[in-house]
Design a protein around this ligand. Structure first.
Ligand code: ASP
Length: 330
């Protein structure tokens, strides 16, 4: 039996289990949004991407099912995606203009509104774990560069040689991005090949929400550039009173429009559904102003919404009714 088949059986079991239990849990992940076109992805690539998505989905969901916390579910799922070379986070991250990989990640606990993030790190194998340590073991929210790396090492988090993160595809993409920059293409940062940021949102059986995001940023970004992913309120936000949100896309726009926090505010203050809030931010605020990307979110009742204003977004979820999906396109 193929792993995929086993997973389908597992999900059927999960659906049945859900109908007999009262506690709501829900989980969603993304692997980035962008110019994801069917003609650019082979069947084999699609299969591999979906396999890693469901590995992460399953790992996170199992934690929630066993009574684990939303934070644990998020961390484990994001670690799996960071370890996969198929996504732009951890191994397989995109490369900055100076030829180096600098990663950003953040996590937020909707119960306490505590949050942690790291930015511009080059040696931390799983930046999401370092972000969580910043939240739980420091008095701060955000640590950058060498300070973040030293802090991670001090707390026993795995450190690796920067070469571990590099894969050939990203080296090619940097070359292409540089060539298009020399040709005068203005859209060099957000071209065809930068998607793959990863994120997760969860509702656990204690009614707590959490969100996390991890990325290598954007191909050919300036050395030192920080995107939205490690910025609480831009790329990541969670609040038990409303929802948990993780974003992907052209980070500069997500920072300017404080996307994750805006979604939560619309849900909390205007009492909009997640669906309406995500749609508004993506299509009324970002798109008309040139901001492209996607958002995943779960609310305090376990409703999930995943939307994007790009051609596709890698995403997967299991909602509070046990309904599941793994999708790339519309
Ligand atoms: N939002 C990420 C950044 O700007 C990139 C992405 O999600 O594709 O760093």
């Amino acid at each position: 039996m193929t792993t995929f088949f086993k997973f389908l059986m597992y999900l059927t079991f999960v659906t049945m289990l859900h109908k007999t239990t009262a506690q709501k849990i829900a989980f969603a992940i993304h692997g980035g949004a962008g110019t994801i076109l069917r003609q650019n992805i082979s069947e084999q690539q699609e299969k591999e991407i979906k396999e890693d998505l469901y590995k992460a989905l399953k790992a996170g969901y199992e934690i929630l099912e066993k009574g684990g916390t939303a934070l644990d579910a998020i961390e484990i799922a994001i670690r799996i995606l960071e370890d996969s070379p198929l996504f732009n986070a951890g191994k397989g991250s995109v490369i900055a203009a100076n030829g180096k990989i600098e990663m950003d990640a953040s996590i937020m606990d909707g119960k306490t509104l505590r949050a942690g993030s790291v930015a511009g790190v080059r040696t931390i194998k799983n930046p999401i774990t370092a972000a969580r340590a910043v939240m739980e073991k420091s008095k701060h929210v955000m640590l950058t560069g060498k300070g973040a790396e030293e802090f991670a090492e001090m707390h026993g988090i795995e450190i690796t040689d920067p070469s571990y993160f590099f894969i050939n595809k990203r080296i090619e993409q940097l070359k292409e991005a540089k060539e298009s920059e020399w040709r005068g293409d203005n859209n060099i940062l957000y071209n065809d090949h930068k998607y793959g940021t990863v994120g997760a949102v969860a509702l656990d059986k204690y009614g707590n929400l959490a969100a996390g995001t991890s990325t290598g940023g954007m191909t050919n970004k300036k050395f030192g550039r920080v995107g939205d992913s490690p910025i609480i309120g831009a790329g990541t936000y969670a609040d038990n009173r409303s929802c948990a949100v993780s974003c992907t896309g052209h980070g500069e726009y997500f920072i300017r429009y404080t996307v994750a926090r805006t979604v939560a505010a619309l849900v909390e203050y205007k009492r909009w559904s997640l669906k309406k809030a995500l749609h508004y931010v993506l299509f009324e605020e970002l798109l008309p102003n040139g901001g492209r990307g996607g958002i995943i979110a779960v609310d305090k009742n376990g409703n999930i919404s995943t939307q994007f204003n790009t051609e596709g977004m890698y995403r997967a979820w299991i909602d509070h009714k046990g309904n599941y999906e793994i999708k790339i396109y519309e």
